[in-house]
Design a protein around this ligand. Sequence first.
Ligand code: PLP
Length: 402
Amino acid sequence: MPSRVAAVRQLRRPPTTHMPFTPADRLRHVKKSATRQLYDSAPAGSINLGLGEPDFQTPEPIRAEACRSIEQDQIGYTPNSGLPALRERIAAYHSEGLSTPYSASSVCITSGVAEALFDAMMAMANPGDEVLLPDPCYIAYPVLAEIAGARSVFYEMPAARRFGFDLASFERSLSDKTKVVFIASPSNPTGHVMSSDDLSDVAGLLAGSNVWIVTDEIYRELYYGERPHSISEYYPNTIVLSGLSKMMSMTGWRLGWAVGPEEVIRQITLMHQYVSTCASAVSQKAALAAFTSEGRGATTLMREELDRRRDVMVGAIERELGLPYVAGEGAFYVMLDISQFGPSDKVAWALLESKVITVPGGAFGSQGEGYLRLSFSIDGAQIEEGIRRIASGLKGYHTSIE
Ligand code: PLP
């Protein structure tokens, strides 16, 4: 007969399965992004026109500084808001064109713009506040608003106007509950760049109000005409978010920041302190090399190469597909009109069979529906092959829905 002790020990054995888990309510409506879902389901050998990152190697001076720092420095925490020397360079970079320059204490360095967006939303929006977002927009904005308990209100960047700014729609979306307005220029997913007239119209409408603007300028250095202006030149209640992911091809280094009036940056830094303590010390040290003439030169070369790839994509679309499209003046995206083939998510999923990954425009908002977002951040030969695969996929798709 087993002893009492053995019986008790038997009872204490840890259970092998866990109890059912109920996620927090704030994630109830949050799903894995369409880009990730498509990417995870793509067959081997697929061409990825869904990517939101450049394929260039990070510029050499940045990599060299990272290696030096790892070899020689004690890699500890940095101050929460980031290395003072880097904050100074970021402040100087964003002060170009401003009458009142930023100082280092107007900057909080974060783990990518993704974290800066989270920190800004949590620090600025209360439950019940209205947060104005462009439609279509980067998929994180409405999710973060939801997590903050705020209400997303969309102003249209109408597909019918080539995803351009529509002052009337913007004005209609404002109310006395509007707390924060998000602007993204150049835009993800459309690449649209807001003109200086559009920006000063927004500033004029909001003048004298206590509405704050958060402007996501992660694509500002990737443009194919005039360099985009920043709303910070026109409206003082502005927080600028930017980072090195796109302009220095440093997506994996996780380096971004928020810049603006110190009073707001202090609150964003408070949030950031409890979310991530500080951005990677190695990435911050390496980032100092981005704000040099060599760093800027590297961005110019990437921009020129992206401009060539944009021509390759547009040429291939016209030759192989003959479908309408919108190629923005910035970022690295083209919106392809596939409305004649049905809902964009069905088309994107069907195209996986032809081994090409695209992102359904509907994932970015109602104005994106009827389009696929195609990225030209991969090399020209792959872009051409990707468009050929879309052409053959759509041919089959057409017959299957007839
Ligand atoms: N904002 C926009 C508009 C983006 O497209 C992305 C990434 O694709 C981000 C923010 C996040 O960038 P980061 O790599 O700096 O977190």
